[in-house]
Design a protein around this ligand. Sequence first.
Ligand code: HEC
Length: 111
Amino acid sequence: MNKRFARPAYLTIALMLAACLLLTGCGSSSPTTTTAADVPQVYKSNCISCHGSELQGRMGPSTNLQQVGKRMSKEQIATQIKKGGGGMPAFSGKLSADEVDELANWLSSKK
Ligand code: HEC
């Protein structure tokens, strides 16, 4: 009933939905072959801001992880996560060994 309030709220929601669909393809009905659906939660909460929802990288080519398994071993990836470097923060204090392991495993399969 309160139109003055309702209009911006609808706009905001519409914009958020649009952005969400564009960025993450979170409309689960879309039959795209993106990796977004099986991205681990740890990645979503820690890495997505720089590496993107599709691993496409948001800070230039060096942050594209779509084929990181081709150029880095699981151990190298784990080291990068733990120690950071080249503009990436270290996560050894933030993530458990299991979480680092899970991420390294998953990323090393991206070839
Ligand atoms: C603040 C931004 C930022 C965050 C957050 C971040 N990274 Fe990075 N990451 C980078 C940058 C920048 C590079 C490129 C480093 C370089 O060029 O040496 C990179 C490089 C990497 C690489 C090596 C890629 C390559 O080909 O050399 C891996 C693997 C990686 N990140 C994984 C992760 C994971 C997993 C997370 C979450 C736990 C994460 N990153 C979080 C910025 C970030």
